[in-house]
Structures are given as structure tokens and as C-alpha cells.
Write a protein that binds this ligand. Structure first.
Ligand code: ADP
Length: 485
């Protein structure tokens, strides 16, 4: 598989600074491992503050030329980047499966999804309209311009090695910003391959830079720089809070997509087949490793037994294996720490009275494979209810009334995605409006798309990505008053 990627010239292992592929200045490298096999698939440059500082300088000087192009010129380059990603879909998906573990089918899906943000914002670049405001004095004219914020620092996670980058870089480049990206150290290869295609597409040297290595050092450099005007981050709530605090000193704009604790509420009046299919997809996508994955499946008493047995059956049909194999629907977890976290949550739940209905242990394939798991009778004193498990574990939580379900769903500091299953239209409105969440799926388990706003409330984040709203995060308003006319 790696041969195919290499043959396409997409195996990049150095950082990208000012349009040049560069080693870490001290020559250090870090290993990228295939989580399905343990094989070291590449050694990439392990960078720190010096390289980051140069990347920022390069992004800063390029900002003046890139932001001066017309929207149409930037749009064309982005469009070309999109097309190159699509025409290298296979190689990018292979690379993603090799370094991240997700099944090829999901990897191919992510390439298309990732590319869609570039296409969407290439189009949106031309629609960044300003305003003319009726004046309060007759000899004045009041105007509002929208201008790019400047250099953007983008820090991204390993669970969507491409899409979490394009969702930030797409709108940033579209409106004239330049970017320094720090991908996850677990999945730098997809990011570097995508950056290579950006160069090929004619995105100018310095507009998109990629550095990886020592995360706190790189993050620290981005934070302390007065030239970096915006931090955009997807990852854990703990790191997000650090970045927000660290942005205070230079008063940067901040967008954060942090952890979730998604409730998936199945009411007595749900279509059971739709509910099973939707909650299965919402839970087990990427082996449960997404911030919108159903973390708690709340099931109303009247349907609990029926749902539980049908759900267990559906989960049994999932096939665990190496993502490169055609039949695989569940890849490995990203690393040993992820498996240990799952084990800790399972032990906590069983010690407090939950029952394992399926799975509940490491998979016989070894490595970081974990059995798709269903846990019954989960309650609000368990880690499985309180925190994001980020693994293939579906906790079932029984509830009595609609009111109880809403209360349980909102009983958390997180507020990213929620799902409800009901055939009642009034109930779907009532519950959707009562949920303290940024996204709600009604009778649907997979809802993300480039055309709709994605983002959380409470401690799940700040700002929105995707959609016409997503570009505002990279723009400043400027008010111009023309007087004495
Ligand atoms: P996850 O649990 O999804 O790995 P993290 O928040 O640890 O979430 O990682 C998301 C991204 O944040 C990664 O690119 C990681 O390297 C980066 N990161 C982790 N710690 C820091 C830090 N102190 N400063 C800047 N970035 C960091």
C-alpha cells in the first residue's frame, strides 16, 4: 500500500516552510506507526519553536501578497487543490488508513468530505460581501468591509487527519489568510501529502506551512507570536482551554472544536429500525473515535428491552480488522493509551452495577483492537455517562419520561452533537430546542456536511466550521465612515 503512495510522490516526511520541504533544524525525527500492525511506516521531522517561528514569518510575509489577490484568483487555486485531492483519493485514503487505522471505506469518505470544504470555500470566497449602512448624518456614508484576520495557527487532531485541516485551511485561504498548520504527531503523513497537493495546485509558497513535532513548543510559539492573529483548534477540551488561555496575552481570535458527550435519545415512539441504524452509525464510526460519536444511548423504558437486543445483534455484525481489508468496518484504536482509557471506563461501569451485553475486552487480534461493546444499565454516576469514552463502547441508559431524557442529556459540561429518534414531529421540535447542543440529528446518525455549521456550546467549543458561517471566523469587520461629503 505504501508503495502506491510513494509512487504517487505523496510520501512526504519533512515539514513545509515557505514552500520548501525542510528537516528539523536539529535533525530530530519522530516515528509514525501503523496502529493495526505496529509497523513504523515513516520517520518525520520532529520540529519545535525555531521552525515554527520561521513558518510564522513566512506566512506573515506571504499574507501581504495572498490577501491582495482577487477572490476569484484565490478561488481558482483552491478549486485546483480540491481537484488534485479528488484525483489522488485512493493514495490519500491509503495513507490515512495506514497511519490512523480507519477502514478504507471511511478513509475514502473522509477524502471526499475533506475536499468538500476546499470546494465549498473556494466558492464562498467570492461571496464575502460587506455592507453599506444608512447614515445618521446626511453628509456621511457608512461602510463595512470584511478583511482577513492575518496569519492563522491551526492545530488539528488524528481522528480526521485530512478533514480537520481542510475545514480550517479552506476558509482561511479563501478569504486571504495564510496558515501554519500543526497536524497531530500520530497522523502527519496525510497532512503533508495534502500540503504537497496544495503546492502543486498553485497555492503560493508560504501561504500554507506545516510543522509537527513537539506540540507544546510549537503551540507556545504560535501563541506568543504577535503575528499570529488567530488560533483554530480541534482536539481535547484540556488542550483547548490551554490554547484559549494562552491566546489572552496577544488577544488572538480563537475557534475551538473540543470534546463532546453526545446523547442519542431513543423514544418509545421511534421507528426501531431507523433508531438502530442511526445509533449504530453515530456510535461506531471511526471505532467510536469522533467528537460527535454517540457517547450515551438513552433509551425509553417501553422500548428498552427490544432496542437493546436488536442493537446488540447489529453490533455483532461489525467486523473488526485491519482497515486495508475490504470487509473491515472497525479498525484499531489510535494507541495503547486509548485502549487503557476504554478499559478504565468499562471497569468503572461494571464496578458500579452496569452489565456487559457484548464485548467488553480487547479483541483477539491484539495490538489496539477492541471488541465492539454494548453496556447495559449505565447511570449518571459512571465515567461512561460523564466523559467521552472515544472508543467502540455503547452505553445504554434507560429513562422514563421526555423530561428525564432532556435533563440527563444536558447534565454535562459538553454540548457538541446530540441525536434523537422519534416519529413525533412535535416531540422532535420540543427536544431539539431543549437540548443544549450545537448540532442535533433527528432520526439521523451522521449529519456533518460542509454546507452546515459545525460547532459546540458550553465547554465543547467556540465558533463554527463549515457553511457560510464558517468563514466569519477568519474575517474582521472594518467600519469606514466617509464624512463631509
Ligand atoms: P487528542 O486527545 O484528540 O489527541 P489533543 O488535544 O491531545 O487531543 O491533541 C489535539 C492536537 O493538539 C494535536 O495536534 C496535539 O499534538 C496538539 N497538542 C497537544 N498538546 C498541545 C499543547 N500543549 N499545545 C499545542 N498543541 C497541543
Amino acid at each position: 500500500a505504501m508503495e502506491k503512495v510513494r509512487a504517487a510522490g505523496l510520501l512526504r516526511t519533512q515539514g513545509l516552510i515557505g514552500g520548501k520541504w525542510v528537516d528539523a533544524y536539529d535533525g530530530k525525527t519522530l516515528e509514525v506507526q501503523n496502529p493495526a500492525t505496529g509497523e513504523i511506516i515513516a520517520n518525520v521531522s520532529c520540529m519545535g519553536s525555531k521552525e515554527t517561528s520561521d513558518a510564522i514569518a513566512s506566512a506573515h510575509s506571504t499574507f501581504y501578497s495572498w490577501s491582495k489577490l482577487t477572490a476569484s484568483e484565490r478561488s481558482k487555486a483552491l478549486r485546483k487543490w480540491h481537484d488534485l485531492i479528488i484525483s489522488h483519493k485512493e493514495e490519500l485514503a491509503l495513507l490515512m488508513t495506514l497511519e490512523q487505522g480507519k477502514p478504507m471505506k471511511e478513509a475514502l469518505g473522509e477524502v471526499t468530505y475533506g475536499a468538500s470544504f476546499i470546494e465549498y470555500f473556494a466558492e464562498e470566497a467570492k461571496r464575502i460581501y460587506g455592507d453599506i449602512i444608512p447614515p445618521t448624518l446626511s453628509d456621511r456614508r457608512l461602510l463595512v468591509l470584511k478583511q482577513p484576520v492575518g496569519v492563522v495557527g491551526a492545530i488539528t487532531p488524528w481522528n480526521f487527519p485530512l478533514a480537520m485541516i481542510t475545514r480550517k485551511v479552506g476558509p482561511a485561504l479563501a478569504c486571504g489568510c495564510t496558515v501554519v498548520v500543526k497536524p497531530s504527531e500520530f497522523t502527519p503523513l496525510t497532512a503533508l501529502a495534502a500540503a504537497d497537493l496544495a503546492l502543486q495546485a498553485g497555492i503560493p509558497a508560504g501561504a500554507l506551512n506545516v510543522v509537527m513535532g513537539n506540540a507544546p513548543e510549537i503551540g507556545g510559539e504560535l501563541l506568543q507570536s504577535t503575528q499570529v492573529r488567530k488560533i483554530t483548534f480541534t482536539g481535547s477540551t484540556a488542550v483547548g482551554k490551554k490554547l484559549m488561555a494562552g491566546s489572552a496575552n496577544t488577544v488572538k481570535k480563537v475557534s475551538l472544536e473540543l470534546g463532546g458527550n453526545a446523547p442519542c435519545i431513543v423514544f418509545d415512539d421511534a421507528d426501531i429500525d431507523v433508531a438502530i441504524k442511526g445509533s449504530l452509525a453515530a456510535k461506531f464510526r471511526n471505532s467510536g473515535q469522533t467528537c460527535v460519536c454517540a457517547n450515551r444511548i438513552l433509551v425509553q423504558e417501553g422500548i428498552y428491552e427490544k432496542f437493546a437486543s436488536a442493537f446488540v445483534k447489529a453490533v455483532q455484525s461489525l467486523k473488526v480488522g485491519n482497515g486495508l481489508e475490504e470487509s473491515t468496518s472497525q479498525g484499531p484504536l489510535i494507541n495503547e493509551a486509548a485502549v487503557q482509557k476504554v478499559e478504565k471506563f468499562i471497569n468503572d461501569a461494571t464496578s458500579k452495577g452496569a452489565n456487559i451485553m457484548l464485548g467488553g475486552k480487547r479483541h483477539s487480534l491484539g495490538m489496539t483492537f477492541y471488541e465492539p461493546t454494548v453496556v447495559g444499565n449505565v447511570s449518571n454516576n459512571m465515567l461512561l455517562f460523564r466523559e467521552e469514552v472515544f472508543g467502540p463502547v455503547a452505553p445504554l441508559v434507560p429513562f422514563k419520561t421526555e423530561e428525564d431524557a432532556i435533563h440527563m442529556a444536558n447534565d454535562t459540561n459538553a454540548g457538541l452533537a446530540a441525536y434523537i429518534f422519534t416519529k413525533s414531529i412535535p416531540r422532535s421540535w420540543r427536544v431539539s430546542e431543549a437540548l443544549e447542543y450545537g448540532l442535533v440529528g433527528v432520526n439521523e446518525g451522521i449529519i456533518s456536511t460542509e454546507v452546515a455549521p459545525f460547532g459546540g456550546v458550553k465547554q465543547s467549543g467556540l465558533g463554527r466550521e463549515g457553511s457560510k458561517y464558517g468563514i466569519d471566523e477568519y474575517l474582521e469587520l472594518k467600519y469606514i465612515c466617509m464624512g463631509n461629503l
